[in-house]
Write a new protein. Structure first.
Length: 164
């Protein structure tokens, strides 16, 4: 009688532990708040030329539309795979920085105060949310690496002593 063990990395104890911890992190109000506010910030950036009224700046209008939708898509995907979205958070941070400087680089001296204020404030919010997502992903990764500090995986780590 042979017992067949599950094959593949998806059954490795470290991966299972990482997924469980990731699900706990995503269930926190902080992670859900980052995702919700990030999605709203991206959607606001996308419609801001029409809401605030700087559609005559065509390049900036297209820039805000495309990058707003891209930011919303990047941030809204955090909840489903938090541990695998670290690079997405960095891309979202880059979008936030570009949003801040876009009025000057896209419209130059034609940029009006409405477009500058809208992009600087929205870009700063987007950057802060992306950095918060990066910090959350690092916290998740940092606790994962702590188990490997002494060469033990989650499955082989010796139990902690309760006496101190």
């Amino acid at each position: 009688m042979s017992t067949q063990l599950p094959m593949g990395m998806e059954h490795h104890p470290d991966i299972l532990e990482l997924r469980e911890q990731s699900e706990r992190v995503v269930a926190t109000p902080r992670a859900q708040g980052i995702e919700a506010l990030g999605t709203l910030a991206g959607l606001f950036l996308a419609v801001s030329p029409w809401v605030v009224g700087f559609t005559p700046l065509h390049a900036l209008t297209i820039n805000n539309l495309v990058l707003g939708l891209a930011f919303a898509a990047l941030i809204s995907g955090f909840g489903s795979a938090y541990e695998r979205t670290h690079a997405r958070a960095w891309a979202a941070a880059v979008i936030g920085v570009w949003t801040i400087i876009a009025p000057w680089s896209m419209a130059g001296h034609e940029a009006i105060m409405r477009s500058i204020l809208t992009n600087v404030i929205t870009g700063a919010v987007m950057l802060c949310l992306a950095l918060a997502a990066i910090a959350g992903a690092r916290a998740l990764g940092g606790s994962k690496k702590a188990g490997h500090l002494h060469g033990h995986s989650a499955a082989t780590r010796p139990p902690r002593s309760e006496t101190r």
